[in-house]
Each structure stands twice: as structure tokens, then as C-alpha cells.
Design a protein around this ligand. Sequence first.
Ligand code: SAH
Length: 698
Amino acid sequence: MKTFCGRANPTTGSMEWLEEGEDYDYHQEIARSRYADMLHDKDRNVKYYQGIRAAVSRVKERGEKAIVLDIGTGTGLLSMMAASAGADFCYAIEVFKPMANAAVKIVQKNCFSDKIKVINKHSTEVTVGPDGDMQCRANILVTELFDTELIGEGALPTYEHAHKYLVQEGCEAVPHRATVYVQLAESRRMWSWKKLFPVHVEAEDGEKILVPPSEMENCPGVPSVCDIQLNQMPSSDFSILSDVVTMFSVDFSKPVQSASTYYRVQLEPVKSGKAQVVLSWWDIDMDPSGMINCTMAPRWVKPTSALQWRDHWMQCVYFLPREEPVVQGEKLYLTACRDQYSVWYNLQRAREGENKADEEEHEAGVFVESPVCRCRAHLVWNRSRFGELNDQNRTCQYIKSLRRILKTDSVCLCISDGSLLPVLAHSLGAKQVEYFILFFRSLHFSLVFFSHVFFKANNLEDKIKIIEARPELLKPSHLENKKISVLMGEPFFTTSLLPWHNLYFWYARTAVSAHLASNVTVLPQSASLHMMIVEFQDLWKIRSPCGICEGFDVQVMDDMIKASLNFRESKEAEPHPLWEYPCKSLSQPLRVLTFDFTKTVPQHCLSTEGSVKLLRKGKSHGAVLWMEYHLTANISVNTGLIRLSNEKGNCEWNPHCKQAVYFFSSVIESEIQSDPTAVTYAINFDTKKGELAMDFKL
Ligand code: SAH
């Protein structure tokens, strides 16, 4: 079956109707999936295998047949482990059809077809009985349904159902138990992902401070998890305020309740400071004794044990509703509230001389509803965008360049989603500022709402005019028949995924050309695309074939990922925030394309080709691409490589932006430095489609 899906092209802004074959989503899903990363997670695999062997032995020792239920079998890996460990029969449940098909093939290839039955259903649809999917209830329950937040992929309702209908009472579960840990922390950097800080503007007539609206000060934000590679956060960027506290545990061998609840612990800060965030991770015990433990603890918690790198499980940052000054040794209560899929936190101070009765009364109001953003800014900006807007250095670059180009009679038009530029331009003395809010974008209503609130908080509500229209429908009347003398943008658009999607600014600029004065200043005046060949420390694992996993042949999966990566446009660059994924540069950074915003988008394609030398020994895993915006002559904002150490090639990346990573389909190792290998590249920007295509030859 074919369906047509409409979407706005992120770069050109035009509506496109794409023919979506049934296969399309599945290829995207496989290509971008975490299956490869899981198969490379040695620590996880080894411990699952140990736990499964131990569970099968315990059941056998009781003289029972070992009947396994593996919910979410994926490649069939855990079922094959169980069968090898001597299980009598395994029911391997997988809801995602392409994966269930792959599991059948993998099970066959490894000669387990007589022991493992793959069932392509959601576990809640599985039936038990003589005519059912399962002959009888299982006595071993094996799953791996966890995300970084533990419960975000629906583990709780799945377990709840399985205990009611699919497994025997007193069954063995692998993992046996999961435990969630937290530490209270102060971090200006992480807090800058949650709220807007006041912005300092150095204007001709003195310093002005732009304030965030009060609606935003008290806004609880959104419940979506903030998962990061916490080990990549420099220790100077946060300060730990408490010991590690056990927040809650789930015993998977007993009936599990998924209904909303809360867990409350008492803690005493080990240090005074501002409690802003809760850092959290979990571990799983594969057996009841707790001897086989797989942990996501960050480096400072288990400094001696070797860290397993993984991307499918990281650490979480939870933002407290408001920052709370805490004093070393005082008595605090931390509450984790959860629903079926997400967790959120609250901090309360124990009252002076509190007794048991008070404490109970105190507890009554402890569960708070899941956070709902009231200021709408959290719907418009994601966490890294908040971080970017709070980057005062970056803001200074815009202020400096605006100061250079603005005149008292400037008529400004800003094109960017949820931008501070209109307010900055006004504070710097521009007479007329129009803020273009792009009417067709999905977040349009929230954007308009939030902009009004923000302007009002700074007494600018009647000073900056919001125009809600598509750029091509801009009319002279919108601008009171004046011509625009300054066209500005960051550029930033909420629909952008890859760095060059923000070139939408160029398309919008082209669409409003008729309204520009002949001597218009465009800020940024141009943008450039940069490229560098890198060796990743770990990120390569997410796209690399696994071959044999714990003795099982999973090549079928490798082939499937490869086919999906090559399917249609799936073979393209993907966005990754590289501050979380260390890499080493193997080539010099290279400016490959330039986009001149002072002119309209040309009709012809922009292309370039050449070769780049590999200067350092290492494995070329791929190319990284990023954009730089040239605001005015000599002032640029870089969204990619910030610093490069020339000896070792260590890279420092812009911490607020995702860069584009193009993984090479095969890896080459550069060896000799005297006769460097070269990588040839061809890059083409199709101006009509707004698409960037690239090809590399090693
Ligand atoms: N067990 C495999 C794969 C884990 S990924 C391994 O450990 O390597 C989790 C898989 O569970 C995904 O393929 C997902 O599609 C599937 N899944 C999640 N919830 C499910 C449910 N309730 N019923 C069936 N499959 C489920």
C-alpha cells in the first residue's frame, strides 16, 4: 500500500507530498535503531547470559521444566542464550514485524528453531492455552525493555500484564530487579537547559537587562526525559550536593504495578548550594543475590570499574521545578513521582521539629501531577536551544554585529523561530522591528503566545510587531509600506534537524526580496559548510556490524541494518551532538560550500569536489559537517568545531548544537604520516530541493 504524506521541506519551506511505501518507516527505524549498539554492549550481553544461566539452573534444580517467556526478543538473542543454557522451550515475543522476521531467520541460522517460537505480537495480545500462542504459562521471564529512564519504553505495563496472564506465580525473572539512583546537583550549565537567564545588553545609552517572563520562572517545563552521556560533562560544569541515594526498586519476579505513584526519601546535603537538578541512573541485578549487576552509574560513582560505553542506556537529568538553596546537613525530602512512562522530581524541606504525625500530613501533598509547560517556551525550544539562548558569549556576537549595522531609522525584519534578535535590535535602538513568525510551522501558536509574553515582560508589547504569514505572502501593508533595511535571523528553525536545514533563512529571504530596500543589510551575510574526517572513540559502534554476539551468529541483523541504511535517502548524514561523543580529527577542517545571503538562492546547484588528506594515524569512521554563520565581516557564529588540538587531534564541539555525521560504509586505517592517504569527496547542494547530497571515496 502506498500513502502520500505531506510535510514542509525543512530547508526550502515548500510543501512536499512524499509517496510513503509501507517499507519506508521501517527502514528509517532499523537504520536509526539501537540494535547494533545493544549487540556491541558486551557488559550487558555477558551479564544477561550469566543471569539467564543461573535462572535456568534454579528452575532445573527444582525439578521443573524451564519454560521461558522473552518479551521484546529483537534479534532473538536472549532466547538463544536461554536455549543454550538448557531451557526446554522459549516463547520469543516481538511486536515489530521486520524484527520478528529477522528473529525467525537468526534462530533458524543458529539451529534453535525447535526450541524457540517467535511470536509477532505485542505481549498483551499473546494468548495462553492448548490453542493459544503459548501452551502454558512460563516460569522464566526474560526481557530487555528498558530505556535510559528505565520505564520510558513501557516496561511497567508490560510486566504488569505478563504477571497477570503469561507467567506462573513465583517465576524467575532476568533481570530480577532494577534500582533507580539519584544525586542532587547544582549546575549552571544544566540549569541553562531549563530556563531563560536574564540577557545583558550593552547599548549606547547604558546596560539594559532583558528579563524572562514570570510565567517562565515558575513553569515546570515538560516531562520528556533529558538523557545525556553524563560522563562527557566536565566535572567543572556541575557540583554534587548529596551522596548517591536509592530512589526506588522494582522486583520483576513479583507482580508489578504500573499505576502512578511516588517514592520519597530523606537526604542531607553533603554541601551547601543551589539544588537545581537531579542526576539519575539505574542498575539491574540479573539474579536475586545481586551478584550479577549491570550499572549505568557515572564515572565518579564507580571510579575503579571499567566503564562500558553504550548509547542505548545513558544517564538522566531531571530539572527541579525551581532552584532551591540547600544547606549542608539540613533535612530534605526528595520525591520521585511517576506515571506509567515517565518520572519527575520534587524537593521539600523538612519542617523544624517535625514529628511523625506532621510527617504524614506532609506526605499527603507529595504527589504532584506530571509537569505541563505553561509558558509555552518549553514547547518551542528544546533543552539545547535553551542552552544556546543562555550562552552570553554567543549573544554578544549578535549584539556586536547588530550594533554595527543598526541605525536609528532602521526597519528590521527578523526571520527565526523563537528568537531574541527582535528584542536585542529594539534595545539597541532600532526604530521599527517586525518579527516574522512563520505561519505554517507546527509550533506557530505556541511561538506567538510565548513571544507576546516575552515582549510584555520587557514592556515591548507594542514596540515589536508580530507578522503571522508565510514569507511569500508578505504584503507591503504588513510593513506599513516601508522597505526593510535590516533583514536578520540567527538562523534557527524548530523544524531543522540537520545543520543545513537552517538555510531555510535563505529561502525565506529570497521570498521577501521585493520588500527589501536596495541597500538592505542581511545578517548573517553568509553561511559556510565545513567538513572534517574523524575517528570516533565509541560512536562508530552504533552503525557497525557485530557478526557474532556471545557465540550467536547475528549477521542477518547486520545485513538488515546495512540494507536499511542504503534504502532511499536513509544513506545520508545523521545529527549527533558531538560534545557527547569524543572523536579525533584525521584531517584539517575544510570549508566546502558558501551560501551568500546577500543574494537570492540561485537556480543552479552548488557543488564542490576535491580531496582531503588524512594527517593522522587512525580509523576513518566518517565525516562530520557543520555550519558557520558570518554575521558581519569578522564576526561569526560557529555551530560545529570550536577548538582543535593540533598534536592529538582532539576536538571541542559547540555544546548547544547537533552536528551532521556521515558514516562511511567501510573504514580505512591511515598509517603512514609521510605519505598521507586522501579521501575524495563530492558534495552537492540542490537548491531546488534544498537537499545536500554527498559522496566519499576512501
Ligand atoms: N531482547 C533483545 C532486543 C531488545 S530491544 C536484546 O536484548 O538484544 C526491545 C525490543 O522489544 C524491541 O524490538 C521492541 O520492538 C520490543 N518490544 C517492546 N515492548 C514489547 C512488547 N510489550 N511486546 C512485544 N515486543 C515488545
